[in-house]
Design a protein around this ligand. Structure first.
Ligand SMILES: *Cc1c(COP(=O)(O)O)cnc(C)c1O
Length: 963
């Protein structure tokens, strides 16, 4: 070997670069794809695709790529700066013991975390069942008739309850009442929402609620200081005055307490966090929401329903999809798109694993800790503030500061945000030793109390810390699913059984346009379950969260650089929440300049449904802007509309590249026109995967954008959530970014309200995006964008001859996604885009995005993470499907007897002895050769949507049905 062939140490190390793991195509595949496009370099492709005037002059400044090992070591070092104190802060966040069988096999399992929202129910029956279980748990504990799965957090669920009250309520008042003993962050978020809707808020003692004429009211049970109060008379009195009453509650408390439904509530909501989901510095957690059956058409968020498949078997699906924002647009019930599916599933598995007896036992144990603690304090003459309690004891001491300090010295956080009192909230992980430690903290070392003796006294004398008439007496969680998987063996198999029903990224490409289903690398996922990140309460003193602040700061700086903005808010916990935070900032900006009359938001007709839904939530009037026949925003119409609304123009919401996947040449001009009329540009960041390192919203001239970190920045979709939707802003909007009533946020206006319950939204999943940016480095991020564009253009070129590509840019290129047009074929053959979507399942593929943004089309976004080999398999599937349509066109198959209309083919279908189709059973399941070695079987046949909506059934089938 000659010396020149011998590599240096660093050259040898480069072989393990993460960039090569993240990007699908290797050098040979890249060359072949460029060749297919008639190009000799990536530069040539980008030059043809991205308009020259928006190309970044400078590379990103996010640093050099780090190896997986280096990035993990660095982040671990940062994480270790978080102090792992015992937190008794409560306020809706509690330490919990995630059963390891759930931790490893759900939260840490790509079979669960890389799946998409279950829009294609035939390949999503597993998570749909877990979500139905979540709804059943919600129904049982709340005592309500209808539950959804799921909302973003307790505070936004409360805000949705207020909006629902306005929609369904009969009281025409503009006032909404919030009891002053609701969690402060909940009040904060509801106030922000009310301000945008133009509702007036009254905050006062719950008992005084009926002194006001209000369209609705929010109370909490147990209250934020722990009190357990019978508000049934209050609820009835409010309802007598036509107010719609929402009750925020705690699922663990409800294992022992009479349900809010029995107290008469109209809406019941809360956080399912303490059902086995780590606190993670504030999220992600699933909020539950339940209401009356009669409000079902007004309910926010997603509802899972039971329907039947073509063979008459039960099949689950998302019910009443016509309620969703993408269809109802500005008339939508909410802008919720991404929910908290993964966390709702964890909580529902927690209930399945523990069952009614186990859960009640956990709740009783927590309650006993509170009883013992209160008994000890009372014995020592300490004043206890709340008369009754489930888990939280609020008390006053004369040496408050000293008690807090003794706690901190011992590594213990008490609740300290209320001026005179202190609170302790017990939780699943509390022990007798913890009680002894707490006594020493509150009473000093010589307290002389004996936990065992106190316990024995309570056992002997009984406890009335929960009023007798508020004790739960009904049987809950009686469904078989909550009563048969209590051994780990059974549980493991149940989780696996459901996982096997779902198609996720660990099986094949999921090329959903606008959703960016790219690699969620294992190294990116590892830090989220480190206890240093997972076990931190969101309201700990700042010095205990230095690791978080460092990670958030570095991530924020990188995102500022990547977006070309000046500041970032990490609070919004979904893309649509980011839109909302951005539109709030725009509204406040105009108000601050005396321009409160600016209330019109321009939205192109092609916009994602969350855009108009969000603009409506922020009380903007919407004026639609047309698209021309090549799919671009019609600039003449834009100019006309902008001139027409004149000084009432507040903003435009625009997606770039467009929702059609095209880099429109006129984007700078668009920004200029809107600015010239005094409007702000909101650029929806869902398509950021086509921009990173090549251009940026700030550079183009936009004022504010949300980033879907669960798209471009590798947070997995979790089967429909979690996500994160931070917003970047230019400096003039910085003073209007969200703040938080419990944790002050640097650099934004003091008076601003919150949009999420936690100060940094779902902070616990931000390490994923941190890891991605760290491991890709500036170079790798740009390459990811280039490969996303290459893969989409290769796909477009290969598919165009068989399914015409609908829109292309000036030079004939698409951006990072492409739309194929099915309409002509559909008219000629009767085969629909839905049939194609279902037939793809037989090939082991999830359908691309269907009928968005253009009805009768499919939008394909392969992302940079897919190899050419995978793209070619998908292309072969599409070519085979095109041949099948050809046979319908030629009359070889009739339109009602062919593999497309019967798709997908379940195993039961294919092995049906009564088979009488025009094609063979073999062909039904194995239309191309490659399927045989990795067959994915849909577990049901095509599900009947109409039947499911006509016979709405959103709970587990009754226990009798199992007999
Ligand atoms: C995904 C998406 C959103 C909404 O993001 P969520 O996190 O689902 O709320 C908004 N706009 C566009 C264009 C999107 O693709």
């Amino acid at each position: 070997m000659t010396n020149s062939a011998v590599k240096t140490l660093s050259q040898l190390a480069n072989h393990e670069e993460f960039i090569q793991r993240h990007i699908g195509p290797d050098a040979a595949e890249t060359a072949a794809m460029l060749n297919e496009l008639g190009l000799d370099s990536m530069e040539a492709l980008i030059a043809q695709t991205v308009p020259a005037d928006i190309r970044l002059p400078e590379p990103l400044a996010t640093g050099k790529a780090r190896s997986e090992v280096e990035a993990l070591a660095y982040l671990k070092q940062a994480a270790s700066k978080n102090k792992m104190f015992k937190s008794y802060i409560g306020m809706g966040y509690h330490p919990t013991l995630t059963p390891n069988v759930i931790l490893r096999n759900v939260l840490e399992n790509p079979g669960w975390y890389t799946a998409y929202t279950p829009y294609q129910p035939e390949i999503a029956q597993g998570r749909l069942e877990a979500l139905l279980n979540f709804q059943q748990v919600t129904l049982d504990i709340t005592g309500m008739e209808l539950a959804s799965a799921s909302l973003l957090d307790e505070a936004t669920a409360a805000a949705e309850a207020m909006a629902l009250a306005k929609r369904v309520g009969k009281n025409k008042s503009n006032y909404y009442f919030i009891a002053d003993d609701v969690h402060p962050q909940t009040i904060d978020v509801v106030k922000t929402r009310a301000e945008m809707f133009g509702f007036d808020i009254i905050i006062g003692k719950a008992a005084d609620a009926t002194n006001h004429d209000v369209f609705g009211a929010l109370i909490q049970y147990p209250t934020t200081n722990g009190d357990v109060r019978d508000d049934s008379a209050l609820i009835a009195a409010l309802q007598a005055k036509k107010a719609v009453v929402a009750v925020a509650t705690d699922p663990m408390a409800l294992m022992l307490l009479k349900s809010p439904g029995q107290l008469g509530a109209d809406v019941v909501l809360g956080s399912a966090q303490r059902f086995g989901v780590p606190m993670a510095f504030g999220g992600p957690h699933a909020a539950f929401f339940a209401t009356r059956d009669s409000y079902k058409r007004s309910m926010p968020g997603r509802i899972i329903g039971v329907s039947k498949d073509r063979r008459g078997n039960a099949g689950l699906r998302m019910a009443m999809q016509t309620r969703e924002q993408h269809i109802r647009r500005e008339k939508a019930n909410s802008n919720i798109c991404t929910a908290q599916v993964l966390l709702a599933n964890m909580a529902s598995f927690y209930a399945v694993y523990h069952g009614p007896i186990g859960l009640k036992n956990i709740a009783e144990r927590i309650h006993r800790h509170a009883d013992i603690f209160a008994a000890g304090l009372a014995a020592k003459g300490v004043n206890i503030v709340n008369k009754h309690w489930f888990d939280t004891v609020t008390f006053t001491v004369s040496d408050r500061a000293a008690v807090i300090q003794r706690g901190l010295d011992a590594g213990v956080n008490l609740r300290t945000d209320v001026a005179d009192s202190l609170s302790v909230s017990f939780h699943e992980a509390s022990t007798a030793a913890d009680l002894a430690q707490l006594f020493a903290i509150v009473l000093g070392d010589n307290h002389g109390l004996d936990v065992e003796k106190l316990d024995a006294t309570i056992v002997a004398d009984g406890s009335n810390s929960i009023p007798a008439d508020l004790l739960r007496t009904d049987t809950i969680l009686g469904h078989p699913v909550f009563n048969q998987y209590h051994s780990e063996t059974e549980m493991l198999r149940y989780i696996k059984k459901l996982e096997n029903k779902d198609l996720a990224l660990n099986h094949s490409m999921i090329s959903l346009g606008s959703c960016t289903m790219k690699l969620n690398a294992t190294s990116e996922m590892i830090p989220i379950t480190w206890p240093e990140f997972a076990s931190i309460h969101p309201f700990v003193p700042r010095d205990q969260a230095q690791g978080y602040y460092q990670m958030l700061g570095e991530l924020g700086d990188w995102l500022v650089n990547i977006t070309g903005y000046d500041n970032i808010s990490l609070q919004p916990n979904s893309g649509a929440q980011g839109e909302y935070a951005g539109m709030v900032a725009i509204r406040k900006y105009h108000e601050s300049r005396g321009d409160a009359h600016r209330n019109i938001c321009l939205i192109p007709v092609s916009a994602h449904g969350t855009n108009p839904a969000t603009a409506a939530m922020a009380s903007f009037d919407i004026v639609l802007v047309d698209c021309d026949k090549s799919g671009n925003i019609d600039m003449a119409d834009l100019k006309a509309k902008a001139a027409e609304v004149g000084d009432r123009l507040a903003a435009i919401m625009v997606t770039y590249p467009s929702t059609h996947g095209i880099f429109e040449e006129s984007i700078r001009e668009l920004c200029d026109i809107v600015h010239a009329h005094g409007g702000q540009v909101y650029m929806d960041g869902a398509n950021m995967n086509a921009q990173v390192g090549v251009t940026s919203p700030g550079f183009i001239g936009s004022d504010v954008s949300h980033l879907n970190l669960h798209k471009t920045f590798c947070i997995p979709h979790g089967g429909g959530g979690p996500g994160m939707g931070p917003i970047g802003v230019k400096s003039h909007l910085t003073p209007f970014l969200p703040n938080h009533s419990v944790v002050k946020i640097d650099g934004t206006g003091e008076q601003n309200g919150a949009v999420s319950a936690a100060p940094f939204g779902s902070a616990g999943i931000l390490p994923i995006s941190w890891m991605y940016i760290a491991m890709m480095g500036a170079n790798g991020l740009k390459q990811a964008t280039e490969f996303a564009i290459l893969n989409a253009n290769y796909m477009a070129n290969k598919l165009d001859p068989i399914f015409p590509v609908l829109y292309r840019g000036t030079n004939g290129r698409v951006g990072h996604e492409c739309i194929i047009d099915i309409r002509q074929l559909k008219d000629a053959s009767g085969i629909t885009e839905m049939d194609i979507a279902k037939r793809l399942m037989d090939f082991g593929y999830h359908s691309p995005t269907m009928s968005f943004p253009v009805a009768g089309t499919l939008m394909i976004e392969p992302t940079e993470s897919e190899s050419k080999a995978e793209l070619d398999k998908f292309i072969e599937a599409m070519a085979t499907i095109r041949e099948e349509i050809g046979k319908v066109l030629s009359g070889e198959w009739t339109v009602d007897n062919n593999p497309l209309v019967y798709a997908p083919h379940s195993m039961q279908d294919v092995f049906d002895p009564a088979w009488d189709r025009a094609y063979s059973q073999q062909y039904a399941a194995f239309p191309v050769a490659y399927i045989a070695e990795n067959k994915f079987w849909p577990t049901v046949s095509r599900i009947d949507d109409v039947y499911g909506d006509r016979n709405l059934m959103c709970a587990c089938p009754s226990p009798e049905a199992y007999r």
